[in-house]
Structure formats: C-alpha cells, structure tokens
Write a protein of this length. Sequence first.
Length: 319
Amino acid sequence: MGRYVARRLLVAIPTLIAISFVMYAILALAPIDPLAQFGTDPRVPPETRERIREALGLNQPWPIRYVKWFTSLLQGDFGVSFMSRASVSDLIWQRLPNTLAVVGVAYFVGVLIALPAGIISAVRRNSAVDHVISSAAYIGFSVPTFFTGILLIIIFSINLRWLTFLYDSNLKVTDLPSLVEQLKQSIMPIAVLGLFNAAVLTRYVRASMLENLPLEYVRTAHAKGLGERVVVLGHVLRNSLIPVVTLIALGVPTVFGGAIVTEQIFHVPGIGELLVTSISTGDTPVVASVVMIFAAMVVAFNLLADVLYAVLDPRIRYA
C-alpha cells in the first residue's frame, strides 16, 4: 500500500504542474486587463498606469510570470492580489471558514440523508416508500441549485419572511440569539447544497445495494439465522459502500466548485465568490491559487478513495 501511495503521489506531481501551466496560460491570454479600471479614469495618467503595470510584473512575458508564480507557490507563497494588494493566502483564509460553514455542513448533511434513504429504498424495492424516495431523488438531482436557491428565497425570505437570504459574515456567535441568527442565515444555502448532494448519493447507494442484495453471500447469511438488520448493515452495506465511497470522496471538490453558484445567490463571502470576483477583474494570482487548490483536492481525494477501497474490501490489494 505504501508503494502504491508513493507512486500515485509521484504521478500527481507532473499532473498538477501541467494543470498549473495550462491554467496560467489561459488566464494570461484571456482578454481581461487587471488595469482596465484605470483605463477610463482621467485622473490616472498613462505614465502611472505603466508604472503600476511594471510593479505588478504585467510587462513581462507570461511564461516568465508563470515561472515566478510557480516558484513562489512551491515555497508556500501564493502571491499578492492585483486588486487589493493583500496576500492571496490571507484572502483565502479569510473566506475559507464561510465556505466550510456552508459547503462542509451541507455535504455532511447530504451524506447523512443519502445513506439511510438509499438503504431503505433498496430494501423496500418497488414499495410506496421506494417510489417516494426515488422520485424525490430524481427531482432533487434534476433541478439546478440556482433554481432551488431562488425558489427558497421567494418562499421563505420574501413571502413568509422567516429566513434571511443575505449572509452576514461579520456575525459572531456569542449567545443564543446570535446562534439563532447564524442558523437562520445558513439554513437555505445548506439546504440547497445538502439536498442536491443527497439526491445524487441516494441514487448510487440504492443502485449499489440492489446489486448486492440478490448475491449468494446474502442468502448464506440469512440461512445462518442472522437477522435482517445484521445482514443489511453488517454485510450488504459494507460491500455496497465500495463504489459509493468513490463518489463521496470525488464529490468533495465538486461540491466546492458547485458552491460557487450558491455563494453568489446567497451572497456568502466564501472562496467561490472570491473566485468569481477575481475572474471578472483579471486577478490572476487569486484565480490561479484557488484553481490549484481545487486541482490538488481532486488529486488528494482520488487517492483517498483508492485507499478506502482496501479498507472496505480486504480482497483489494495494490501492488
């Protein structure tokens, strides 16, 4: 296992380098000028704009800028934002708690809903409960998150006035009233992402359970006198989780990417909102750093899924 993990890590290094090069080239060649905001400002003379461009290193060829940025990245320095002149690391750390508070909780809630729903739907196949769960999963998977978010805002914020749709990142939880306010502003974005993830995972859990329920080892377990709950949870579920683990592990970076839309709808000042703003202003260091973090997450969770394979199924061995 150790050799396999080391080999995968060695393969991941050139993969991440290639991703960083292609990404930086696209950003550098995109028709977005970080100094465009000064172009229409008569108070900023051309000489000043050129000095700013030189200070930011924008007068250098983009391959040279890429080498400098990547060298700093290897040293743990994500660079400085073109717009705010603040450290990119500080900008990411400032917004990471907001993203984790929404995306992390939403994904955890989605998994908690999907596992029992998928198990019940598979065990009670073709029953009324199965039809209800399957229909809800298909609807949740088919409806885009931006539509669900807008629908919740119209119902619970505009019509009923129960919840707020403007996320206040400055809110500090110090007592019960502030905790209630934090829950009220977090319910809708968590519900949008959590229900969507639950719908996706429920379908896979159900399908995987249905593949294992008719197998010989299940009938053998029943013949030994084991109870239904022991057979389903102790034998069928463990084997059924092998393909589901892949989806759960690979879904983590996907959820972070998908949260960009949700953060925009509910004005959550998270990493997704930072990425969208930086793309529109041509803030290359911020965009490159966030995308590299997403790419590293994909590689890391791919490796985590492979390792969990061997944990869940002892028959799997990596040479």
